[in-house]
Design a protein around this ligand. Sequence first.
Ligand SMILES: [Zn+2]
Length: 82
Amino acid sequence: MIIEQEKKDEGILRPYDAHKYDAVRTDNAIKVCHECNSCWEIDIEANRNNKYKTIYAWYYNFPKYGKKVETCPKCVNKNEVA
Ligand SMILES: [Zn+2]
């Protein structure tokens, strides 16, 4: 399985550690975007100051079956700008 992440204006690159993700969490969190044909997930991370930041991660060559279909923020922004 190849996992690739992108740093975008609205996203923050984060290290992917497969050992931290169990299958159940992954299945629930990851969605499929038909626009860019990738799987993606959104995470909210809280820091020590109780400020939240939104983190997006894209997974290519990821199994898509059984995933919820939802256009990813990257493609939503692209469509709005265009
Ligand atoms: Zn997309």
